[in-house]
Design a protein around this ligand. Structure first.
Ligand code: UFG
Length: 337
C-alpha cells in the first residue's frame, strides 16, 4: 500500500478524493486545521469506504508539527496538496492572510517534503490562474495572468513547484480545476461552506429555504442568455482525476499540467433551471449588478488530461445538480445538521 499525505484532508474536494483513493491501494494520512472543514466529514468518509484513515490536526504554518507528521510516517510516498484559503472576495480584502497562509504554508510543506525525500505531489490548482483567457476552451499553455490575490497565490504555488521539480527531480501534477460542484452519490458528503460564495452552494441553500433568493450577477454579459458561463465539473469526476494523477506520477518525473473540466459551459440561468428541476420547485431569483472581477465565460479544454492521464469527466449536469440537492436536503445545515 502506498501512503499518501493529504493536506486540507477534511475539505470538500479532499473528502471526495479520499473516497476514490480508498477504493484502491492507498493508505491515507490526512492533515487539516479545520478552519473551513469538519471532522464529521472524515467520520463519513470512513463509514462510506469501510476503511480507517490516520488523521492529525496540523496547520501548515506550524512547520514543527508538519515535520513531525513526516517523522511519524516515514513511508509517505506522495502528497496531494489541497489546503488553502480560497475565497476570491476575501483575498482582495485580506491579501496578507492569503499570501501568508497559502504561500508560507506551501513553502513549509515543500521544505518538509525535501527534508524527508518525498518527491511526488499533486497540486490543487485552479482555472483562476488564466484570468480572462483570450481563447476558450482554454488550453494549458495559455498565459498565466490571475487577477486577484487568491489567484496570484495559486499561480505562485504552481511556480514554486515547477522550479523545485526541475532542481530536485520531483514529479509534479498541477491540476487546474474549473468549477467543482455536486456531491457524493450517497448524499453523505458534500460542500459545507462557512458562507456560500459560489453559485451552486448558494442556489442549494435557496432551494432548501435557508436563503430567500438567488441574485444573478448580471444578465448583460456577452453570452447566449446574458448570464455568466462556466465549466462545471462534478466533484466525483474531479476526485478521480487525482487518483489518475498519482498513477501518472508513479511512472514519470517532471511537471504535468492538466485542465480538469468538461469542456462544456453552462450559464447561470441554465444552472438555476436545472437545479429547479432536481429539487422539484421553482428557485426564486433576481437579476442584480455584475460582481466585481467576474468574466463573461470560461471553459477549459480537457484533451490533455484525456490523452495523458486517461481521465475524462463522466458525469453531466443532471448528476451535478441532483447530487448537490441530495446532499443539501439530507444535510440542511451541512455537517452540523
Ligand atoms: N454567480 C451568480 N450569483 C451568485 C454566485 C455566482 O450569479 O450568487 C455567477 C457568477 O457571476 C459566475 C457564476 O455564477 O458567472 C459562477 O460563479 P462562482 O462564484 O460559482 O465561480 P467563479 O467562476 O467565479 O469562480 C470559481 C471559484 C474560483 C475558481 C474559479 C475557476 O470560486 O476559486 O471558479 O474557474 F478559481
Amino acid at each position: 500500500m502506498k501512503k499518501v499525505l493529504i493536506t486540507g484532508g477534511a475539505g470538500y474536494i479532499a473528502s471526495h478524493t479520499n473516497i476514490e483513493l480508498l477504493k484502491g491501494e492507498h493508505e491515507l494520512v490526512l492533515i487539516d486545521n479545520f478552519i473551513n472543514s469538519s471532522a464529521e466529514a472524515l467520520e463519513r468518509v470512513q463509514e462510506l469506504s469501510g476503511r480507517s484513515i490516520t488523521f492529525i490536526k496540523v496547520d501548515l504554518l506550524d512547520s514543527a508539527a508538519l515535520d513531525s507528521v513526516f517523522v511519524q510516517h516515514p513511508t509517505i510516498d506522495s502528497v496531494i496538496h489541497f489546503a488553502a484559503l480560497k475565497a476570491v472576495g476575501e483575498s482582495v480584502e485580506k491579501p496578507l492572510d492569503y499570501y501568508t497562509n497559502n504561500i508560507t504554508g506551501s513553502l513549509n510543506l515543500y521544505s518538509a517534503m525535501k527534508k524527508h525525500d518525498v518527491r511526488k505531489i499533486v497540486f490543487s490548482s485552479s482555472a483562476t490562474v488564466y484570468g480572462d483567457p483570450d481563447e476558450i476552451p482554454v488550453k494549458e499553455d495559455a498565459p498565466i495572468r490571475a487577477t486577484n490575490p487568491y489567484g496570484h497565490t495559486k499561480a505562485m504555488m504552481e511556480q514554486i513547484l515547477m522550479d523545485t521539480a526541475k532542481a530536485e527531480d520531483w514529479s509534479v501534477a498541477l491540476l487546474r480545476y474549473f468549477n467543482p460542484v455536486g456531491a457524493h452519490d450517497s448524499g453523505q458528503i458534500g460542500e459545507d461552506p462557512n458562507y456560500p460564495n459560489n453559485l451552486l452552494p448558494f442556489v442549494s441553500q435557496v432551494a432548501a429555504g435557508i436563503r430567500e433568493k438567488v441574485v444573478i450577477f448580471g444578465d448583460d454579459w456577452d453570452t447566449p442568455d446574458g448570464t455568466g458561463v462556466r465549466d462545471y465539473i462534478h466533484v466525483t469526476d474531479l476526485a478521480k482525476a487525482h487518483v489518475k494523477s498519482l498513477e501518472k506520477l508513479a511512472n514519470s518525473s517532471g511537471i504535468h499540467i492538466y485542465n480538469i473540466g468538461t469542456g462544456r459551459g453552462y450559464s447561470v440561468l441554465e444552472m438555476v433551471k436545472a437545479f429547479s428541476e432536481a429539487c422539484g420547485h421553482k428557485i426564486p431569483y433576481e437579476i442584480g449588478p455584475r460582481r466585481e472581477g467576474d468574466i463573461a465565460e470560461v471553459t477549459g479544454n480537457p484533451a490533455k488530461a484525456k490523452t495523458e492521464l486517461g481521465w475524462q469527466a463522466e458525469l453531466g449536469l443532471n448528476e451535478m445538480v441532483e447530487s448537490a440537492w441530495k446532499w443539501q436536503s439530507q444535510n440542511p445545515h451541512g455537517y452540523n445538521s
